[in-house]
Design a protein. Structure first.
Length: 311
């Protein structure tokens, strides 16, 4: 049997046949393993279930399988196992990308932990999730907070669960961001110092070990970042439970898994409890110019003011 690597991320301890240099290695002696990542042949199983394929996925109540042509087939089972069948061993970066993204999104849902699509930072001891569509600027805004001395909890997938007192908390993922070339240029960071997420891509992995929060933090707010066609930043609180619930549903990572995993009722229940405990905002970011520092200033001012009101 191949030697196993032991890692800690997303609040879990992993044993893995695949090396993940972006993850923290476990320092525990004889740790309890929560999730196993292993290699196996999956093409036969995929072919046998061809009639179940929907948009490249086979989703059943306790499993998710998907095929990335030329890269690998992935199978996620029961919230505790990820099986990978590499089609091209050279594409290790892509395999790790899908494992820590789509596979972890499925694992979290199978474990009934809400995965939001975004980044989360720690401000004054509280977690704030920045959610939005791809390209909205979530990681860039999180990076602006990091450069001001705040800590990162997670980038891309934000795991939210309820503690014993029904308080939503964000669990840290791993100490790395993904930033586009445009963002690196804005912050004066040389892309030659970082590895492209995928070869020939203009998005890069940026380690943030010195600014990483390693403990779970209570979630105080969610900020939906959207692009707008005006010159002014627009920040406002979301009103009405329906709008808040829809926002969290829209930005649940891989939300199209929910129905086939029989998690629609669970999702409604957990998000209803979450919106009762946090503030939700929508922040309109002008597309006409780069405003990340202005946005950061406005958010800090608003959060500081509202913290005084709610405290």
């Amino acid at each position: 049997m191949q030697d196993m690597n032991i890692y800690e991320a997303f609040g879990f301890t992993f044993s893995s046949e695949i090396s993940f240099p972006e993850l923290n290695k476990s320092e525990q002696l004889n740790p309890k393993i929560d999730i196993v990542i292993e290699k196996d042949e999956l093409y036969s199983l995929w072919s046998e279930q061809e009639d179940l394929i929907n948009d490249g996925f086979i989703i059943q109540r306790n499993s998710v399988m998907f095929f990335v042509p030329g890269t690998a087939i992935f199978l996620i089972q029961g919230g505790n196992k990820i099986i990978i069948s590499p089609l091209d061993p050279i594409k290790e970066d892509e395999i790790r990308l899908y494992t820590l993204g789509t596979c972890m999104g499925a694992i979290l849902l199978q474990r009934k932990i809400l995965p939001l699509h975004g980044s989360a930072v720690v401000i004054d001891g509280k977690a704030y999730a920045i959610i939005g569509d791809s390209g909205a600027g979530k990681s860039t805004l999180a990076s602006a907070f990091i450069r001001r001395g705040y800590q990162l909890l997670t980038d891309d997938v934000v795991p939210v669960s309820l503690n014993s007192e029904n308080v939503p908390v964000v669990t840290p993922a791993y100490p790395q961001q993904k930033l586009w070339q445009e963002s690196l240029d804005y912050f004066g960071m040389e892309s030659d110092n970082f590895q492209p997420i995928i070869e020939r891509e203009t998005k890069f992995t940026v380690p943030v070990k010195s600014h990483f929060a390693s403990e779970s933090i209570p979630l105080a707010g969610v900020i939906e970042l959207v692009k707008i066609e005006t010159d002014e930043i627009n920040l406002h609180s979301l009103q009405g439970n329906l709008q808040k619930l829809n926002t969290l549903l829209t930005h649940t990572y891989r939300n199209f898994f929910l129905a086939d995993l029989d998690l629609i009722e669970w999702h409604f229940s957990i998000t209803a409890k979450i919106i009762d405990k946090i503030q939700l905002y929508q922040l309109g970011r002008p597309t006409s110019h780069f405003t990340v520092e202005d946005i950061t200033d406005l958010l800090l001012e608003t959060l500081n003011r509202e913290e005084k009101v709610y405290d």
